[in-house]
Write a protein that binds this ligand. Structure first.
Ligand code: HEM
Length: 302
């Protein structure tokens, strides 16, 4: 809150200051009554007896009298603003609900209003003074709320920066783990490529059909690994997670099994039906998920 701008913001003129000061002497006689009425009203609306020790209320009554006097001095200077800010900070420290402060300012406004009615008989003058007093009550209430707003802002910023910290840590950790995964996948792919070529060479040298089957199995594994590596790289580049790839991996594993069973001429056993059923079910799931991902893609981009 820019305190230098607060008086012009509420359109306080020299006339307003004069109006408030003009009733100081007549209002001072009600000082004690004000504090009593303030506490009577406060007691009716709120119960602070357990939250605040009694001696603090006695101090508060004295402070309230000082505030009352200062109010009718209408000095719009730093000393007075600082006095209000200190009071606001004290209220925040004592965990006094902001609602109670607002309620009491509403009471103060009405109380001043009534007393001014008793003090000034001239309708025109009374209206002028009332407008000036209302403006000054508004300023007092605004400054008294300032510490509450700073406190809320402080809480919000600290929660916000904590959230930022957690998010950035998780992101870095995720990147680190994904990098490890890429590294492992690269190693596995290299190993699978080596196995595949070694088996091909072996097939060529021995001409055995069994080694050809194993080589075909290794080729499929290589294919799966390349597909996983591709997905992982896309993920690192900011792409989205694709479940279809994992279903695809399972599908390829069963196709590999079927291939091996066929080449071994074991097509009559129960195993082959199980593999066929699995391929059918996985194929259906793969088709459904791939379709969903295709529909979902443009929706996510919008
Ligand atoms: C119109 C509303 C109010 C005004 C104008 C006001 C004014 C003040 C002022 C001027 C101070 C002294 C700050 C300082 O030491 O520099 C103060 C402190 C304090 N206020 Fe208020 N107050 C208001 C509402 C309340 C309410 C609703 C409570 C609730 C119980 C409250 C309780 C206190 C207490 C306990 C202190 C600390 C007293 C101490 O120093 O021990 N105030 N207030």
């Amino acid at each position: 809150m820019n305190l230098r701008k607060i008086a012009p913001l509420y359109e306080i003129s020299d006339k307003d200051k004069q109006n408030i000061r003009s009733i100081k002497d007549s209002m001072i006689q009600y000082k004690k009554e004000f504090v009593e009425d303030f506490y009577e009203y406060l007691g009716k609306k709120f119960d602070f007896t357990e939250q605040i020790p009694l001696e603090r209320f006695l101090t508060h009554k004295e402070k309230l009298e000082i505030w009352y006097e200062k109010f009718f001095e209408a000095s719009f200077n730093n000393t007075f603003y600082q006095f209000l800010i200190n009071a606001s900070k004290k209220h925040v420290d004592l965990k006094i609900d902001e609602n109670a402060i607002n309620t009491m300012f509403s009471f103060v406004r009405r109380w001043f209003h009534e007393k001014i009615f008793l003090t000034i008989n001239d309708d025109f003058k009374r209206k002028e003074v009332l407008i000036s007093v209302h403006k000054f009550v508004d300023i007092n209430a605004a400054i008294m709320s300032s510490a509450y707003h700073s406190e809320q802002l402080r809480k919000f910023t600290s929660i916000f920066s904590l959230r930022e910290l957690v998010v950035s840590f998780s992101e870095r950790f995720m990147f680190f783990m994904n990098s490890i995964l890429v590294f492992i996948l690269v190693l596995l792919t290299m190993k699978a490529a080596y196995t595949f070529f070694a088996e091909l060479v072996d097939t060529y040298q021995h001409g055995s059909s069994k080694i050809l089957i194993t080589a075909l199995g290794s080729l499929l594994i290589l294919w799966v690994l390349i597909e996983l590596l591709h997905t992982e790289i896309q993920l690192l580049k900011g792409g989205k997670f694709r479940i279809s790839v994992f279903i695809g991996v399972a599908l390829i594993a069963f196709i590999r099994d079927l291939l091996i069973l066929t080449l071994k001429h074991e097509t009559s056993g129960r195993g082959v039906y199980f593999v066929l059923a699995s391929i059918l079910i996985l194929g259906l799931i793969y088709w459904l998920i791939a379709r969903m991902e295709k529909i979902d893609n443009p929706r996510r981009r919008n």
